[in-house]
Structure formats: C-alpha cells, structure tokens
Design a protein around this ligand. Structure first.
Ligand code: DGY
Length: 321
C-alpha cells in the first residue's frame, strides 16, 4: 500500500477516498522534525498553506507526487520538485467562480464603503439621514483593469461587463480572444491600464517576475480616484508603498484579501485606514468550493501516484524525464 502524508485536515469523505488507495498519515508542519520524517516515508503528499522547502524534501526519496489544495503554487520550489522527479498538482478550475465572487465583493465593498459604513451603523452613528460624507463611488459603467486575464480574471471580466456594464481593460502574456469577444475586453500595456482604470484588479500568480509588480511608481501612475483590488497574492504589491499611497491620497482606496505576511499583523497600518477593506484570504473559502478543492486535490494525487494524471499538473516537464 502506498503512503500519503496530509498536512491539512481533510473532509471525511475525501479522507475515506484517499484511504481506499493508500495509508494516510496526518502530519503537523508546526512539528518540523515529525513532518519531515513523515515526508521521508511517503509516496505522496497533500495539503495547503505551508511552505514546502527543498530542505524538507532531503531524503524523501520515495516521494513521487505532491498535491496542493489551491490554485496557487508559490509555496513550492517547482524547479526543485522537477529535478527530484516529483509531480506537483493543483486545483485551478473548481475555485474560479467563488474567487471571482470574492474579487467582486471587494470591488463593491470598497467603492460603496460597505464595511466602513456597516461599522458606523453598529457604533450608533446613524442618527439622521446620511449625506455626502457617507457617499461612495459608482461601480457600474466604470473601467476595470485586470492585470492577468486567466481563469479567475476571465470570471471577473464576465461579472464586470455583463453584470455591471463596465469597460474591461486587461494585461496578459497572451491575448484572450474569448474575453475580447464575449466581454469587449481590450488588451493594453500595464502603464495604460494603470492610468485609465477606476478599479485595478490583480490576478497574476506570484513569481519572481510578478513580486512587487505594483510599487510606488505604479501606484503614482494610477488615478487619484482609483481603487486597487488584490485577491491574488500579497507580495504582488509592495505593501509599504501601498500604505504610503493610501495614506497620502495617491489612490482612493484598496480592497485586499491577501498580504505580504499572513495572517496580517494586528498592528498593520492598513487596519487603521477607513479606505481599506481587509479580508483574511477568503478567496475560495466557501464550504462548497473548499470541499470541491479537497476532492479535486485528492483525485489529482491518486492519479499522479498511479501515473495517470493528465490535467492540473504544474510541472508538466517532470513527465518527460
Ligand atoms: C489558492 O487556491 O491559491 C487560494 O489563494 C487559496 O490559497
């Protein structure tokens, strides 16, 4: 029987499914020695939200596949896994729509000041009808700039164009003719997007090329009225520069689901800013989607260990070895 190490608790039915194919050991990465020892015994691994370093894999010579319960795979050194002949699988499709919902809720909440004003009501400040001091800005009819028009970016573009009559601009390594035809999306260079968009929405994966893609210079090139939305990875934005830009009025506001350090420190200046909506990385966090992701990751792992996985592979080149 193959051995699988799990570093995230799994829904009962998903665990039962894995147990039909392998012995499953639950290991806690907060106990590094035991975790590394479990990896050394394992043929496969499944989990999320924990950095798996090359050092942790030293001596894990049986390991053939790792399966992350996420679309993002920045917790792994992909080149190192490929060198070791370890397949890395992820869950790109099942979370697209719920993550796009999170992005859109950040757009609406930031523009209409939903969180700030709900707290204002709870604090007992609503004593007469509201006036301009409580007004927000429109979302419908505005320009949305999507940096990275992949699956989630495409689902955000659909909501924007068809639901909110927004003009959609996007940057991407390659053109997305479907989004252009269906949503009127127009591909532009980043400087044009930053200068024209009312909402700048970041949807790129975190890589060496995208780390701090948005820094002081880029923030300064945005409209003063613009709102930055980030539900991809915190490190795409230089957070210190963002704090500065939000504090001195370089941009109007931000809706953030992700941060350079997570959980966000309780003393982060972002938490004191009325023009910031901060969420605890809830992108895909619905009961239905998180269950579908766990199931998808388990199926990916079982198939990878059987040598039959053909989709959801991050390091496809490992198969050529
Ligand atoms: C993902 O799937 O990458 C989400 O951000 C959760 O980590």
């Amino acid at each position: 029987m193959k051995k699988i190490v799990a570093w995230k608790s799994l829904p009962e039915d998903v665990l039962a499914y894995l147990q039909q194919h392998a012995d499953v050991v639950q290991a806690d990465p907060a106990r590094p020695d035991a975790f590394v020892a479990a990896l050394r015994e394992a043929d496969g691994g499944i989990g999320a939200s924990v950095r798996i370093t090359p050092a942790m894999l030293e001596g894990a010579t049986r390991l053939k596949a790792l399966s992350t319960i996420s679309v993002g795979f920045d917790q792994f050194d992909v080149a190192d896994l490929t060198r070791r002949g370890i397949v890395l699988a992820h869950t790109p499709d099942v979370l697209t729509e719920s993550t796009a919902d999170t992005v859109f809720s950040l757009i609406l909440a930031s523009a209409r000041r939903v969180v700030e004003l709900a707290e204002w009501v709870k604090a007992g400040h609503w004593q007469r009808s509201i006036g301009p001091a409580q007004f927000g800005v429109d979302v419908q009819g505005k320009t949305l700039g999507i940096v990275g028009l992949g699956r989630i970016g495409g689902a955000v573009a659909r909501r924007a164009a068809l639901g909110f009559n927004m003009r959609v601009l996007y940057t991407n390594r390659s053109a997305n003719p479907e989004a252009e035809a269906a949503y009127g999306a127009r591909r532009v260079e980043l400087p044009e997007l930053l200068a024209s968009a009312d909402f700048v929405c970041l949807q790129v994966p975190l890589t060496a090329q995208t780390r701090h893609l948005i820094g002081a210079r880029e923030l300064a090139s945005m409209k003063k009225s613009a709102i930055l939305i980030n539900a991809s990875r915190g490190a795409i934005v230089d957070e210190a520069a963002l704090i500065e830009a939000l504090g001195n009025g370089t941009i109007h506001g931000a809706g953030l689901d992700v941060f350079e350090q997570e959980p966000l420190a309780a003393d982060s200046p972002l938490l004191k800013m009325a023009n910031v909506v901060a969420l605890p990385h809830i992108g895909s966090a619905t009961h239905e989607t998180r269950h579908a992701m766990a199931r998808n990751a388990a199926e990916n792992l079982v198939a990878a260990l059987a040598g039959t996985l053909t989709t959801n592979i991050v390091n496809r080149d490992v198969l050529q070895r």
